[in-house]
Design a protein around this ligand. Structure first.
Ligand code: FAD
Length: 421
């Protein structure tokens, strides 16, 4: 039966959900107060990795020992602002517990793998149908290290990836030089994950997907949702910031890091936090990686995109409202210059842009994907943390399957929104 579905938020999860809902024969209204794929969204400024191997959650065994350092060093790759510490403590405790043992991390990886697997292929198909095939590339991703010992220090993560079916090849010494001639010679070892891919302009890609949904009949409305009108577990409509009510049969909550108050209004008090991240872009750069690369030590991803060279990374726990600390973008800039010494140094200031955005992060590294407690007509599709872009296509398909009354194509039990109740 065709339903009127309101998709709340036009980031990557909303864009993919809208397209799959239309494909399933539903009528779709997308609510978005900003521009689809605009710089208010995490989907705008991410690293562009379609890293189907990113199944290992950020928290792992022994991480608790590093917490004092996270508080002491405000510019470290993971930092917690002192003022925010009391507020984030419950989330942080769950975060540390979620990665307490290797067995727990493996269980998370097993749950995430079906959500991420085949992502470059699925993104490729979406990009073709939206008329932007050039924005998705499927040539593998590199994880680069100073030496083999640095890679082996991350053995647990790779052991777990292997256990869930990820394969890779090693590239060393001269072979790495030949593959990445601009990379600093201090990097001598890398692994290439061939199944992975990348997006060359994440914001533009989301905008193109939403435009495609609109061409297929979706209505895009510039408005913010404030809650739901539910009558004995049946959804009647979505309430709007202007006081209006948008009547509908079903709704998808995908406001990224800003989903928490709306989730509460749908009966689910979720421990959603923002892991703030940054990027710096060198526009017009000719030097840089031939493949997109994660650089160990620098804890950042470098991606040569359609509009320039982007270095993205950093995790800052400071809430949704604190001002950005642009020194973090400077750190990314300095790493970028060090890792690719052929770049003009300093890079011309008028060709450098910076950005800060909010990863929507659950403490266990898994999204909230499933029906709400208040009404089965409200579907939660937020909290994808570090893997929202790569998880987008499968998330959209699952949303459409739930609203169409079908069994989701992968197990979603581990993602149930009520798991922290
Ligand atoms: C530095 C950085 C690097 C990253 N790198 C990668 C990567 O390489 N690969 C990867 O897979 N992921 C990556 N991520 C994570 C990824 O970007 C996010 O998980 C993903 O973009 C989240 O998408 P979303 O649609 O849930 O949220 P968003 O993209 O944030 O979109 C949410 C939308 O909801 C709208 N909204 C908010 N409130 C309301 C309301 N009340 N009503 C209506 N609309 C509302 C917002 O305006 C926004 O447009 C990275 C993130 C960061 C910060």
């Amino acid at each position: 039966m065709s339903k009127h579905v309101v998709v709340i938020g036009a980031g990557i999860e909303g864009a993919c959900s809208a397209i799959e809902l239309l494909r399933a024969g539903h009528r779709v209204t997308i609510l978005e107060p900003g521009e689809p794929g605009g710089d208010q969204a995490a989907s705008f400024g991410n690293a562009g990795w379609l890293s189907s191997m990113s199944v290992v959650p950020p928290s792992g065994p022994g991480l608790w020992k590093k917490v004092p350092g996270f508080l002491r060093d405000p510019l470290g790759p993971l930092a917690i602002r002192w003022q925010y510490f009391p507020k984030v403590l419950p989330w942080l405790t769950r975060y540390l517990l979620a990665g307490w043992t290797e067995a727990k991390v493996l269980r998370t990886a097993q749950a995430l793998r079906p959500l991420l697997k085949d992502s470059p292929v699925l993104h490729g198909a979406l990009a073709r149908e939206a008329g932007v095939p050039e924005l998705i590339e499927h040539k593998g991703l590199l994880d680069v290290h100073p030496n083999r010992a640095s890679f082996e220090a991350e053995a647990m993560g790779w052991r777990i990836r292997q256990a869930v079916g990820v394969t890779w090849s090693e590239v060393e010494g001269e072979a790495l030089r030949a593959m990445e001639p601009d990379l600093a010679p201090s990097f001598t070892f890398a692994v290439m994950v061939h199944e992975a891919g990348r997006c060359l302009a994440p914001g533009r890609y989301v905008a193109a997907l939403v435009a495609h949904a609109v061409r297929r009949g979706a209505t895009l409305r510039k408005a913010a949702a404030t809650g739901f009108k539910v009558d004995v577990q049946v959804l009647k409509g979505v309430t709007l910031a202007d006081g209006g009510l948008l009547e509908c049969d079903a709704a998808v909550l995908c406001c990224g890091a800003r989903s928490r108050p709306l989730a509460a209004r749908a009966g689910d008090h979720v421990p959603l936090e923002t892991e703030r991240g940054y990027h710096v872009m060198f526009h017009g750069a000719e030097q840089g990686p031939r493949h997109s690369a994660a650089l160990a030590g620098a804890k950042m991803v470098v991606n040569h995109m359609a509009d320039g060279l982007r270095a993205a990374g950093q995790v800052e726990i400071a809430g949704l409202d604190a001002a950005p600390n642009w020194k973090r973008a400077d750190i990314l800039r300095d790493h970028l210059q060090r890792c690719f010494p052929g770049l003009p140094n300093p890079y011309p200031a008028d060709k450098v842009t910076t950005w800060m955005g909010h990863r929507p992060s659950m403490p266990d590294g898994m999204p909230c994907l499933g029906r709400s407690s208040a009404s089965a007509d409200i579907i939660h599709a937020f909290g994808h943390g570090h893997v929202g872009l790569v998880a987008g296509p499968r998330t959209g398909r699952i949303v459409a399957q739930l609203i169409s009354g079908q069994t989701p194509e992968i197990p979603i039990e581990p993602f149930r929104p009520s798991r922290f109740h």
